[in-house]
Design a protein around this ligand. Structure first.
Ligand SMILES: [Zn+2]
Length: 615
């Protein structure tokens, strides 16, 4: 019975009634491979502190010291003799696939899916009609399980949205669905259930691959993987899967997916990105179900959640660390130390829950922008302002103490540095005005909760009066700053967001900070929303907002964030703009330890690495 449920969760049901239909024999466990994010591979290789590159003469195992992992890295697979036939290659990658499944069984990564339903627009092509967001932790053990971070929201969404597709998607997703999509077939990926046919060689990024078509054998059961796998030609690991699951069950269908893996640890390529898409907008098509979805997996190195873990994280000495002075603190000093303790607690807790990237290169870019605002406004704070990146897609910023947090999704869609400065200036304004919300989190008992209830236990939403005051102050900061002459772009961004707001309620639903909108109207940075020229889709040089996923890449193993280095591609039609939209992943794959050299030094100016389009 359980297997039956698992099967169904992997299926996008066209009808809930189909759930009653049991797969005849073996429940096919579709193991989808992950799609690697288009920009990730380099990050994976570069971000490892392990001095693998220097230790060229050492055996591979010794050369790759484990990063500071919560769970020890798996031992590298033993090297197999080089295959001489494609048949031997098949044997090897089947073996390696089972090896991967085994080493990931004790991992509980974060899994995020952002989905946009699509409708055809005569000028812009398929555009979002509504969106959905899912975030949780996935247990990759034998008993696949997941815990959702957004329990309340999912419930309310379920009751609020009656759209058939949404309901179906929930049936597919909520229990376990995407857990299956990380592998082609979790239980039966073998020659008894599949035929493998060599197709060709192909490079994916820097990695030479052998491509195989995979088809389920007749009567091997429903829900078997049908598609193509790319196998790298050194360790013979699957690095990409593209296809669907075969189903003959009436009223059900499996959606198509393109799943990428990254070589984030020695010897293994781990699931990182899955792109799913359905929909046919050609004339006369009756099935109106159309969507695009990006699933990202990260936080492989996170500890398993649980109260026991949290108890070990209480830091009763964090106050004394801060006050090395021999004197007692004055009341104001005590207040500041208290606030910093709260700030540190929150930052640490969010990082441990897999929601915040560790401090890294991207923060230095963000801090440069904040610094530009501070210097030109003569802001001198007792403690420096820090920035951190929230790893999630919904557009949000918040601040706790002197730390400004901005979501990955928001950095992605901002068209230029001035827009980045604008959204940061709102939070800097809160800090300058003393709107600190977090001090209650200096009490460590308030940090004792399970990861999946983070959103129920933390919140940094200001009252409307403080929001208005922060917007007013932000405008003042911007007008004195190097960004003063570029605020037209900020206005364009806000209008583009307003234009899409009714269709993007999930992207605009914040989980920790204030929303950009209120009752369908964008309220953030009011005063700038009317600045600049009118939105014009036909002006190809007017880029008001970018698609999701184009700016920030996350290392799914250690959660480090960095800016994507992709060369700009010329826009040739209004359809190329895709503001706030979901696109396929196409990462440049690299082998572990061969990626970019050492992490580059922080840019001296934000302009060097920050958003450049539109300027
Ligand atoms: Zn605010």
């Amino acid at each position: 019975m359980r297997t039956c449920n698992l099967l169904l969760t992997a299926v996008l049901l066209a009808s809930v009634s189909a759930a009653a239909q049991q797969p005849s024999a073996q429940p096919p466990a579709p193991d989808a491979t992950q799609t690697a994010p288009s920009s990730q591979p380099a990050a994976a290789a570069t971000d490892q502190p392990a001095p693998a590159a220097q230790a060229t003469s050492a055996p591979p195992q010794a050369a790759q010291p484990a990063p500071a992992t919560a769970v020890p890295l798996p031992p590298q697979p033993a090297a197999a003799p080089a295959p001489t036939t494609m048949d031997q290659v098949v044997t090897l990658f089947i073996e390696r696939e089972h090896g991967l499944i085994k080493v990931l069984t004790n991992r509980t990564p974060v899994v995020e899916t952002y989905l946009q339903n699509l409708v055809a627009d005569p000028q812009l092509g398929p555009v979002p009609s509504e969106d959905h967001y899912f975030l949780g932790r996935m247990d990759m053990g034998e008993t696949v399980d997941r815990k959702d971070y957004l329990k309340e929201q999912e419930t309310s969404m379920q009751s609020r949205l009656l759209g058939g597709f949404h309901k179906l998607y929930k049936v597919q997703y909520q229990p376990l669905g995407f857990s299956w999509m990380v592998y082609a077939d979790r239980t039966d990926f073998d020659r008894e259930h599949y035929d493998f046919r060599y197709a060709r060689r192909e490079f994916l990024g820097d990695v030479r691959c052998l491509v195989f078509d995979v088809t389920p054998k007749p009567k091997s059961g429903r829900g078997r993987f049908l598609g193509r796998v790319w196998v790298e030609d050194q360790g013979f690991n699957i690095v990409r899967l593209n296809g669907t699951y075969q189903s003959s069950v009436h009223n059900t269908y499996f959606f198509h997916m393109d799943s990428w893996r990254l070589n984030l640890i020695p010897g293994y390529w781990v699931p990182a990105y899955i792109y799913s898409e359905e929909g046919d907008f050609s004339a006369g098509v009756k099935n109106k179900t159309a969507f695009k979805a990006q699933t990202r997996i990260w936080g492989y190195d996170l500890k398993k959640g649980g109260k026991d873990d949290e108890l070990t994280q209480i830091r009763v000495d964090s106050v004394t660390d801060e006050s090395a002075s021999a004197q007692d603190a004055s009341p104001l000093q005590a207040e500041r130390v208290w606030q910093q303790q709260a700030e540190d607690n929150v930052v640490e807790r969010l990082t441990n829950a897999g929601l915040l990237a560790p401090e890294g290169d991207l923060d230095r870019i963000l801090q440069t922008v904040v610094n530009n605002l501070e210097v030109t406004n003569n802001i001198d704070l007792p403690r420096p302002v820090r920035t951190r990146v929230l790893l999630t897609a919904p557009l949000e910023t918040f601040s706790v103490g002197n730390t400004i947090v901005i979501s990955k999704g928001l950095v992605d869609v901002l068209p230029d540095e001035a827009s980045l400065a604008a959204v940061l200036s709102h939070e800097l304004a809160h800090i300058v005005l003393g709107h600190n919300l977090g001090s209650k989190y200096a009490f460590n008992d308030r940090m004792l909760f399970d990861d999946d209830s983070t959103y129920q236990n933390l919140g940094f939403k200001h009252i409307p009066e403080e929001e208005a005051a922060a917007d007013k102050k932000a405008l003042e900061l911007l007008k004195n700053s190097p960004y003063a002459q570029k605020l037209d772009n900020v206005g364009l961004f806000l209008r583009a967001l307003q234009q899409r707001a009714p269709q993007l309620s999930a992207l605009l639903t914040t989980h920790l900070g204030n929303s950009f909108e209120e009752n369908g109207t964008i309220t953030r940075l009011s005063g700038l929303d009317t600045q600049g020229p009118a939105l014009d889709n036909n002006k190809l040089d007017q880029i008001a907002a970018l698609p999701l996923g184009g700016r920030v890449k996350i290392n799914p193993w250690d959660d480090k964030a960095e800016m994507v280095k992709a060369s700009p591609v010329a826009i040739t039609s209004a359809r190329d703009k895709m503001p706030f939209e979901v696109t396929p992943f196409f990462p440049r794959l690299v082998r572990y330890g061969t990626g970019v050299a050492a992490p580059a030094a922080a840019p001296t100016t934000a302009a060097a690495a920050a958003p450049s389009s539109g300027n």
